[in-house]
Design a protein around this ligand. Sequence first.
Ligand code: GLU
Length: 418
Amino acid sequence: MGLEDSHLYKDSLHALKQAADIINLDPNIFERLRYPKRAIQVAVPIRLDDGTIQTFQGFRVQHNMSLGPGKGGIRFHPSLGLSETAALAMLMTFKCALVGLPLGGAKGGVQCDPNDLSRQELQALTRRYCLEIAPFIGPDIDIPAPDIGTDAQTMAWFMDTYSQINGHAIPGVVTGKPLVLGGSMGRTSSTGKGVAMCVQFASKKIDLNLCESRVAIHGFGKVAVPAALDLKALGAKIVAIGDITGGYFNPEGIDLDSAISHVKKHRFLKGLANVETISNEDLLELDVDVLIPAAIDGVINAKNANRVKAKIIAEAANGPLTNDATEIVSRNGAFIIPDILCNAGGVIVSYFEWVQGLQHFFWRLDEVNKKLSDILRVSFEQVYENSQKYHINMKQAGVISALQRLEGTCRLRGLFPG
Ligand code: GLU
């Protein structure tokens, strides 16, 4: 598959082109943004527990670094390829620019199913992947973080490997680390917290009373759980959640605490009490006020978009709505909170972690959450203003807000050699 061949790359490029046309972006800057600065593919051989050796494909793509070092997660997922990684890196460029961080866009990962690997195998995979991309990353170059299939433990192994290679501890090479290794308060829940904040901002724009609202969440992982807890605390009723085993529905509201302990015990939601089991397809089409696709890209597409009934669609995952779906649901009157805004809480607190680490001075949780909400509020308003000014949906407006910042930076930095 070529660099531009995945659906996600095509969709991201299309969104870039649409936004560029609306604001008459300098064609040279458009041309520059349509390709990554650097796309690295590496072989990641590891010894499995049974003694055999398996070689996995690893990737790191740095899309644009005109605002600062590259930033973006590491994904362990069976369908990850170079093209998806490049698309996700482009989304990171937009995300960091949109929320005003001094960081560029990058993404990486390994094509594997982490559920099939033991802890020892995962550790070996992480360390060898780190070794292979080590020449291209660093606290001032490109700073990975968790994404789908990776977590704080992965970051600890990654940071340790990078530090071993360099002969001294370099915690700033990754964010999303465990607290004792220089992580930030609030990083684990930050993406979900940001989603809940954005839903709150959106509900005000469309006069939706969150206290009486019904919410369906496609997913029940690192992003979905804190988002669900915060929305419940705001008075919303979480009527559906889902994972790879299916969707789980209770019109009276899911008992989140039991769902969390069920997953802790059984890994998946399957077998959860007091719920009706539905398919994930049905979950996306439930008659709810807020729909939060918090799992993987492309779940709302040309096939099912017309059946989506939610008034607010909060893109907690990266790219859950295809371009076709975005047009359809917008035409049907839904308010979209675009991924590059909706799930930006994660990278915002990653940025805080990086800053705290560089200063060796750590903040309290309430400071972290206050700063997070300040950034998201301003960014949300900026995107909303663009959507009103250009009469476009919030997804297009999000890319425009990002391009407005990137265009200025690219122009000021100029071309080298001139
Ligand atoms: N993987 C997350 C994202 O897609 C976080 C990236 C980061 O913290 O660098 O935004």
